[in-house]
Design a protein around this ligand. Structure first.
Ligand code: NAD
Length: 507
């Protein structure tokens, strides 16, 4: 049983699908592992590290793939790159099938069984395999770090002999996995944090992190199915826009993460709202990959408008590739372990297992996933129901990719998910393990995050989780002219001059 790990070819992709830690475990399961030369370089994993873990290094993709039974990847490789794998080999990664149906069909034709990790069901057993959660959690953290790099003031309140510095105000829109981690991170850095979401349940999670939850009275709850949000009605959208307009003009840092399964990202921040913010303010749009929550966002780019910096990176987890690879590789290991008979030391896929059924896109030369197969019509004329897309709606197709590789969109980052608690484990990034969907189960983690915010935190770590979220009335009027965020906006560095984080990640 041979496992091959490819070097990523998608432009700017800095992650890798296996680490020395996971490779040692694959070998213990009876596999031999080949890693393509340089595959871990951007994640600071050398070929030597992989070799010491027991892998062989393939000089080329072809040499690495020869005779492989399982191919691990971050982004979907082009079908014609998979030359030499065994018939029916598994291809496992973030395959980003929506909008890329032709490429999926090509994978089927190539005879591989492609398994899309984004389709992993959000059930307890599969939490450890949830790449959307592990990567969104990191993206939420990194969003605040990126904002702090561009922001030209201190985040926490500082009382010094030279006077007091007021804390920055941060506003997080969308309190799912990424949003909750953004809140926790901004709190830890000492900002005064507020957040909004359209799901009422998010309110207590926000408050348990010590942030203020704001929601319009007109919008009681827009929870959809499976813990996700539903699309707002026109009236609800107008009420939300009014609420946001009144609040956003007072913010220094805004992180937007709002997504609705199967839909383009809702537009929440208009040009006028951006213009109401003080020069020096920063917006990070984590929904950039799906069109963005901010009207002015340019996916993959950092722009400034009226002195407000808008960061539209589409692969924020890829900006911390070492941690992102570590968690992603563990997600894959957890899934692959279920596909191997450890006693017999051989591949033993149970095609009826719900995790396999949910993730398999292609098998035996055909596209088999129900989301991509035309509905069958029976003799009575009934049509077989087609399940809703698991998650990603493919609003916009991102961009550039090196010509050699098949095209793929960024799929791991902004679209992902986990609550936010830092894990106690040394060496483990916060939230390696997604919190259970139930709010109650997240509380301890949330408390820990709030407690970690330290003395600067302005809200008690013990915020009562059961408390009803505070409702902020929409501002009747647009606030009058406000003070600039900093006294001397002239001193700020133009965003364009900022190093664009690790080369990687954005497209
Ligand atoms: P997501 O990425 O689909 O969306 C991000 C957030 O945006 C959500 O909280 C959503 O409610 C919010 N949103 C949508 N429209 C909005 C609008 N107009 N204004 C403001 N906010 C808006 O969500 P996610 O991070 O994947 O989380 C979705 C749910 O799944 C959450 O309840 C989360 O706790 C849960 N979850 C469960 C598991 C599990 O059980 N294994 C794992 C991860 C997440």
């Amino acid at each position: 049983m041979k496992i091959a790990v490819l070097r990523e070819r998608f432009e700017g992709e800095s992650r890798v699908a296996a680490t020395p830690e996971t490779i040692a475990k694959y070998i213990a399961l009876g596999a031999e592992v080949a890693v393509e030369k340089g595959a871990g370089e951007a994640s600071r994993l050398s070929d030597d590290d992989f070799q010491q873990a027991g892998a062989t290094i393939g000089a080329t993709a072809a040499a690495t793939l020869k005779g492989a039974d399982i191919v691990l990847c971050v982004r979907r490789p082009a079908a014609d790159e998979l030359v030499g794998v065994n018939k029916g080999a598994l291809l496992v990664g973030a395959l980003d099938p929506y909008g890329n149906e032709k490429d999926v069909a090509a994978l089927a034709k190539a005879g591989v069984a492609a398994m899309s990790m984004e389709f992993m069901p959000r059930i307890t057993r599969a939490q450890v395999m949830d790449i959307l959660s592990s990567q969104a959690n990191l993206a939420g953290y990194q969003a605040v770090i990126e904002a702090s790099k561009v922001f030209d003031r201190a985040m926490p309140m500082m009382m010094t002999a030279a006077g007091t510095v007021r804390p920055a105000k941060a506003f997080v829109m969308g309190a799912g996995v990424a949003g909750l981690q953004a809140i926790a991170t901004a709190k830890r850095l000492g900002a005064v944090v507020s957040a909004t979401d359209v799901r009422a349940a998010a309110g207590e999670q926000v408050e348990s992190l010590g942030a203020k939850f704001i929601m319009t009275e007109a919008l009681k709850d827009a929870s959809g199915t499976g813990g996700y949000a539903r699309e707002l009605t026109k009236d609800e959208q107008a009420a939300q826009a009014e609420l946001v307009a009144g609040h956003i003009s007072k913010q220094d840092i805004v992180v937007t993460t709002a997504l609705i399964p199967g839909r383009p990202a809702p537009k929440l921040v208009t040009k006028a709202m951006v213009e109401s913010m003080a020069p020096g303010s920063v917006i990070v749009d984590l929904a950039a990959e799906r069109g963005g929550n901010v009207e002015l966002t340019q996916p993959g780019k950092v722009i400034t408008h009226n002195g407000v910096t808008i960061i539209g990176y589409t692969n924020l987890a890829g900006h911390i590739p070492t941690t992102a690879s570590q968690l992603y590789a563990r997600n894959l290991l957890a899934f692959i372990t279920t596909l191997i008979d450890a006693k017999e030391k051989k591949l033993a896929v149970n095609w009826d297992d719900e995790l396999v059924k949910a993730t398999v896109l292609t098998r035996d030369g055909a596209v088999v996933h129900s989301a991509f197969v035309a509905p069958k019509t029976d003799t009575a004329g009934d049509t077989e129901a087609k399940p809703a897309p698991a998650k990603k709606p493919a609003a916009k197709k991102p961009a550039t990719r090196k010509p050699s590789a098949g095209k793929a969109t960024a799929s791991q980052t902004s679209a992902s998910k986990t609550a936010t608690a830092p894990k106690a484990d040394a060496g483990q990034a916060p939230e390696a393990k997604p919190a259970p969907r139930k709010t109650a189960a997240r509380k301890p983690a949330a408390k820990a995050a709030a407690a970690e915010a330290g003395p600067q935190a302005d809200a008690p770590a013990t915020a009562p989780a059961a408390k009803t979220p505070a409702v902020e009335k929409p501002a009747a009027k647009k606030p009058a002219a406000r003070k600039p965020a900093a006294k001397k906006p002239a001193a700020r560095k133009p965003a364009a001059n900022k190093p664009a984080a690790p080369e990687g990640g954005d497209n």
